[in-house]
Ligand binder design. Structure first.
Ligand SMILES: *Cc1c(COP(=O)(O)O)cnc(C)c1O
Length: 496
C-alpha cells in the first residue's frame, strides 16, 4: 500500500502523517490538509459488494490513514460503528420516488455528522498516543446545528479531551438546540453566539490561527483541534458511505458492475460532497456530483459563473445546517483544480477574506465538469416534502428535500435517467416543525414534542432514541456570548 502523507493547501506544511493531520485539524498556515495523492480503491466493486459497513470502512480508510496500523484502525471502526446506530446496516438505502435515499441519520444524534463524528474521537485519541502528545486535546467547534451535537456525543467524557461548541443562538432548530444544551459530560461546554454560523466559524478559525492563545494554552496543558469537516478525520470516514452505497446497489442487483451513477448532496460547508468527489477520484463509478443549495446559493452561483461571492444577505432557512456562505471545504477543490498550486490557492483565499470573493480561471472551470449545481427555494423545499410523502408515504427532512428538489430540476432540464443516490442527511425528527407544516400547515399550532408524536403516526417510523432522550432532559448549558467574546469564553472554561 502507498504511504499517503498530507500537505497544507497554503503550502507551509508538507509530509505530515495522517495521524498528525487528524490531531492538528487545521494546518498552521490556515490552510487545510489534503492527501498528497488520492489513493485508488484496491478491492474490486464485486469484492466490496459482499462486505458490511465496517469492512468497507476499513478498505477505504486504510488507504488514506497510512500510519494507523490495521489493529488501530479496526479498533476505531468497531467502536464507532456499533449499536449506537439503530440499524446494523449503519447507512441503509431507501428507494422512493425514483431515487435511492442513502440514510445517513441512524447514529446517536440522527444527522449525517454522526457518520464521521462517531469515529473521530477514536482516530484522534489514537493519533495523540501515536504522536506522544502530552497536552489534553481541546476540540473547538463551530456548528450550524448538527456538528455540535454529534461532536459532543462523540467526545463527552473521553479522557484527556475537552469540547467547546459555538452555535448561532437564533440560527438552529428548537430540537437541535435542545439536543445541545442538554449535553452531559464535565468536559463539555456549549455556547450560544449572538451571530450567525459564519461568525461562529470565523471566530473559531481565528482562535486556531492565534499564536499567543496557542502558547498560553500550551502552558496550561492544552492543544486545540477541530471536529469540523476541515479535519481529514471527518472527511475520510465520509468517503466510506459512498463506496458502501455503490456496493449495496450492486449487491442488490439495482445496478450493473461498473454502471455509473449520479450522486446528489445537500451542501453547506462542502464536506459531504467533497467526500463523494474523493470517492469518484478513487475509482467509484460516479458520473455527476449534484451540489444542492438552499436559498444561500453561493455554490450554485459559483458553479454557474466561476465567481465565489459571499457578499450577500445571509438567509435563515428551514435547512439551517446549510445556512452557510463560506464553504470551508471548497478550498480543497480549489487547490486541486489550481493544479495543487498553493500560491494560487492562497491568493484566492486571501481575496475571499479581504473582499469576500474570488474568481477562478477558465482552466480551473474546465475541471468542474463533473459538478452540477442548483438550489431550491423554501417553498420548493416544503412542496418536495409534501409531494414525496403524498406519493410514497416516505418522509424526508428539509435538507434532504433541498437535494430532492435540485435533483428534480436537474432531471427536468436534462432528461438524464441515470440511477441516482440522494444523500439523506438528517432524520425528519430533527426538523419536525418544518417537516410537519410542509405536509399540513395546520400542524403549526402544536408544540414540538406533540409534532414528534404526530410524525411517528404519519410516517410509521418509531420516535428515535435521540429524541426521547431530550424530551424531558434538563438544560445544562446556558452560556451565551458576543462574537467578540468567544476567545474569553474559551479561556475561562479552560481555567476551571
Ligand atoms: C452539515 C449538514 C449538511 C451540509 O453538509 P456539508 O458537509 O457541510 O456540506 C447538510 N445536511 C445536514 C442535515 C447537515 O447536518
Amino acid at each position: 500500500m502507498k504511504n499517503i502523507l498530507y500537505k497544507s493547501t497554503r503550502g507551509a506544511e508538507e509530509n505530515i502523517t495522517a495521524s498528525a493531520a487528524v490531531l492538528k485539524g487545521l494546518a498552521s498556515d490556515g490552510g487545510l490538509f489534503v492527501p498528497q495523492e488520492i489513493p485508488a480503491l484496491d478491492k474490486s466493486l464485486e469484492e466490496l459488494s459482499h462486505m458490511n459497513y465496517q469492512e468497507v470502512a476499513y478498505e477505504v480508510m486504510k488507504l488514506f490513514l497510512s500510519d494507523y496500523t490495521e489493529e488501530e484502525l479496526k479498533y476505531c471502526i468497531s467502536h464507532a460503528y456499533d449499536d449506537k446506530f439503530d440499524t446494523p446496516e449503519i447507512a441503509p438505502l431507501a428507494k422512493a420516488g425514483g431515487a435511492y435515499y442513502l440514510e445517513l441519520f441512524h447514529g446517536a444524534t440522527i444527522a449525517f455528522k454522526d457518520m464521521a463524528l462517531s469515529i473521530l474521537p477514536y482516530l484522534m485519541t489514537t493519533a495523540a498516543k501515536k504522536n506522544h502528545a502530552e497536552n489534553d486535546i481541546v476540540i473547538l467547534t463551530a456548528t450550524s446545528g448538527d456538528t455540535g451535537k454529534a461532536a459532543l456525543a462523540g467526545f463527552a467524557d473521553v479522557p484527556h479531551t475537552r469540547i467547546i461548541v459555538f452555535y448561532p443562538k437564533d440560527g438552529v432548530s428548537p430540537i437541535q438546540k435542545k439536543q445541545m444544551v442538554t449535553q452531559k459530560g464535565a468536559n463539555t461546554l456549549v455556547v450560544g453566539v449572538n451571530g450567525n454560523f459564519d461568525d461562529c466559524q470565523t471566530g473559531v478559525k481565528k482562535m486556531f490561527g492565534d499564536q499567543k492563545l496557542a502558547a498560553d494554552m500550551g502552558k496550561a496543558g492544552f492543544q486545540f483541534s477541530s471536529a469540523n469537516s476541515i479535519n481529514i478525520g471527518r472527511l475520510i470516514p465520509q468517503v466510506v458511505y459512498y463506496v458502501y452505497a455503490y456496493a449495496k446497489l450492486l449487491e442488490n442487483g439495482e445496478i450493473e458492475n461498473g454502471e455509473k451513477i449520479n450522486v446528489v448532496v445537500p451542501t453547506g460547508n462542502f464536506g459531504n460532497i467533497l467526500a463523494a468527489y474523493y470517492g469518484k477520484t478513487m475509482g467509484l463509478p460516479i458520473e455527476l456530483l449534484i451540489c444542492a443549495s438552499n436559498e444561500n446559493k453561493v455554490l450554485y452561483d459559483f458553479f454557474r459563473t466561476g465567481v465565489y461571492d459571499r457578499n450577500r444577505e445571509f438567509i435563515l432557512t428551514s435547512s439551517p445546517s446549510m445556512d452557510i456562505l463560506i464553504s470551508s471545504n471548497l478550498e480543497r477543490l480549489i487547490y486541486k483544480i489550481a493544479g495543487e498550486n498553493a500560491e494560487k490557492d492562497q491568493f484566492m483565499m486571501e481575496a475571499l477574506s479581504k473582499d469576500g470573493k474570488y474568481e477562478i480561471t477558465p482552466e480551473m472551470r474546465d475541471q468542474l465538469s463533473c459538478f452540477y449545481g442548483n438550489f431550491a427555494t423554501e417553498q420548493e423545499t416544503a412542496a418536495g416534502i409534501r409531494e414525496l410523502y403524498k406519493a410514497t408515504g416516505y418522509v424526508i427532512d428539509t435538507h434532504t428535500a433541498v437535494a430532492r428538489e435540485v435533483y428534480e430540476k436537474y432531471k427536468a432540464q436534462t432528461g438524464d435517467q441515470r440511477k441516482t443516490v440522494i444523500a439523506s442527511t438528517a432524520s425528519p425528527y430533527k426538523f419536525t416543525r418544518s417537516v410537519m407544516t410542509a405536509i399540513d400547515p395546520t400542524f403549526d399550532a402544536k408544540d414540538d414534542f406533540a409534532l414528534v408524536d404526530e410524525l411517528s403516526k404519519l410516517s410509521n417510523v418509531p420516535v428515535p432514541k435521540a429524541i426521547e432522550e431530550i424530551r424531558n432532559a434538563d438544560v445544562l448549558h446556558k452560556t451565551t456570548c458576543e462574537v467578540s467574546e468567544m476567545e474569553q469564553t474559551v479561556r475561562s472554561f479552560l481555567k476551571k
